[in-house]
Each structure stands twice: as structure tokens, then as C-alpha cells.
Design a protein around this ligand. Structure first.
Ligand SMILES: Nc1ncnc2c1ncn2[C@@H]1O[C@H](COP(=O)(O)OP(=O)(O)O)[C@@H](O)[C@H]1O
Ligand SMILES: [Mg+2]
Length: 239
């Protein structure tokens, strides 16, 4: 289970938002490597740049400068369509607010990434059902989001993130809208995915959530302030 190759390489990431003539320096030169099979938390207070960083790693947004390599591929030169293809194939997203489509059943929500990936109707339904069963929702596949609890909705979102068999799961405050019991269930699903060999990057502002990971990268005001293994607190250094 030891991590081998680098799945994510972030180099000198800078993100400056410009709003009505005002500049916000959300990332000020962030760099790290994440290897296949790692479970890493990115932890920092609200406004420290975590979501910005996750959006850039996940190819949902581009940095002002710096670069991200996913699986050895430099993303800077890719077109928006090529980035969308990488997202669909290699990355699964889980958000604080679940982001499910309200008018669709759990099954149809989970099928969405498979539609973009070009799977046919029968194969989509089969895979989506199987993935919902894997997160313990086999009995709820025809429920709409409003008919499910928060914890169940987040499990649907995890199934949607997983259904394309991505190598990387990005979760941004996945327990932020959940009670502690549902939050614990979601964390144990993420731990199970890690045990199966998935690479997970978890964004959180809470230490007790971050400590589920093997490694914690702390970010403050758009800069990394520490990068440590959880078990033995061995500092990785930053160069
Ligand atoms: N789209 C945007 N336009 C302008 N400023 C933004 C935008 N998104 C985030 N910011 C600013 O960038 C900083 C980092 O935000 P964010 O990455 O959302 O932090 P976090 O997820 O750690 O709370 C904050 O100051 C925030 O106000
Ligand atoms: Mg955020």
C-alpha cells in the first residue's frame, strides 16, 4: 500500500481574483506533490484559499500563474474541453452542499458522469445502482434528494464522484453541512475508499476531520505553513 508515483504536482500556484479593481491574493505560491494512494487533508481557516486550491487542482479553474500536473500531464496548455475530459475521467468531486440535481432520483444523479463519458442507458443504470449499493443506498435509488437525509444525500454525491472510477477524489468540507453521526459515516466511507487504494484530498477547517488523513497540509492566507504526516508528525519539508 505504500504510495508510489505522483498523481498531483502543484508548482508555485498563484491565484489573484480581481473584483471591481480590488485584487484578492487567494494563493501566494503553493507547491506540493501528492502520490497515488495518499489520503491528504488540506486544512486552514475560512478564507485561507482551500476551495480556490481545490478548484485549481480539480481543473475547475485555472491559476493566475504556476502549474498543476495531473498524472504527469501539464494542465496549463489544455483547452477547456480537454480539462473537462480529465475531470470526467480522473477526478471525482464531493462538495459541502452535495450539489445534487433536485428533480432527479439518486440513480439519475449518479448516472450523470456516465452520460458525459458516453456510456449507454443499460450500462449507466447498472453501474450507478452498483455504486449506490456500495455506499449503502441500494434501497434508496429512486428517491429524490429532498426525500433523503443530509448524510444520505452526501453518500449519493460520493457515489456520483466514484461511478467513473476516478483515481483522485477531491472533497471540499464534505461533512460541513452534516450532523456528527452522518459526518462520521461519510468519513468512514472516505477511509474505506482510501483502503481500496484511492487517492483522496480532503479540504476542511476542522482538525478532527483533517486527522482522518495520513498527512495534513496547513494553509493560511494562501500559503502553506506546514506539511506533516499525522501518525508520527514527520515533517516533509517544503522544497
Ligand atoms: N470568485 C471569487 N472572486 C473574488 N474573490 C474570491 C473568489 N473566490 C474566493 N475569493 C476570495 O479568495 C480568498 C480565498 O477564498 P476560498 O478559496 O474560498 O477560501 P476557503 O475555501 O479556505 O474558505 C477569500 O478571501 C475569498 O473571499
Ligand atoms: Mg471553502
Amino acid at each position: 500500500m505504500s504510495p508510489t508515483e505522483e498523481l498531483v504536482k502543484a508548482r508555485d500556484l498563484v491565484k489573484i481574483y480581481r473584483l471591481e479593481g480590488v485584487e484578492v491574493h487567494a494563493l501566494r505560491g503553493v507547491a506540493f506533490d501528492i502520490r497515488c494512494g495518499e489520503f491528504v487533508s488540506i486544512m486552514g481557516p475560512s478564507g485561507s484559499g482551500k476551495s480556490t486550491l481545490m478548484h485549481i487542482i480539480g481543473c475547475l479553474d485555472r491559476p493566475t500563474s504556476g502549474s498543476v500536473l495531473i498524472d504527469g500531464q501539464e494542465t496549463k496548455e489544455l483547452t477547456d474541453n480537454e480539462l473537462a475530459a480529465i475531470r470526467n475521467k480522473k477526478i471525482g468531486f464531493v462538495f459541502q452542499t452535495f450539489n445534487l440535481l433536485p428533480r432527479m432520483s439518486a440513480l439519475k444523479n449518479v448516472e450523470l458522469p456516465l452520460i458525459y463519458a458516453g456510456f449507454g442507458l443499460g450500462e449507466r443504470a447498472r453501474r450507478a445502482k452498483e455504486t449506490l449499493e456500495a455506499v449503502g443506498l441500494g434501497e434508496r435509488i429512486n428517491h429524490r434528494p429532498s426525500q433523503l437525509s443530509g448524510g444520505q444525500q452526501q453518500r449519493v454525491a460520493i457515489a456520483r464522484a466514484l461511478v467513473n472510477d476516478p483515481s483522485l477524489i477531491l472533497a471540499d468540507e464534505p461533512t460541513g453541512n452534516l450532523d456528527s453521526k452522518s459526518g462520521a459515516e461519510v468519513m468512514s466511507i472516505l477511509e474505506g475508499l482510501h483502503d481500496q487504494g484511492r487517492t483522496i484530498i480532503l479540504v476542511t477547517h476542522e482538525l478532527y476531520v483533517a486527522e482522518h488523513a495520513q498527512r495534513i497540509i496547513r494553509i493560511l492566507d494562501g500559503e502553506i505553513v506546514s506539511d506533516e504526516w499525522v501518525e508520527n508528525c514527520r515533517s516533509l519539508g517544503r522544497r
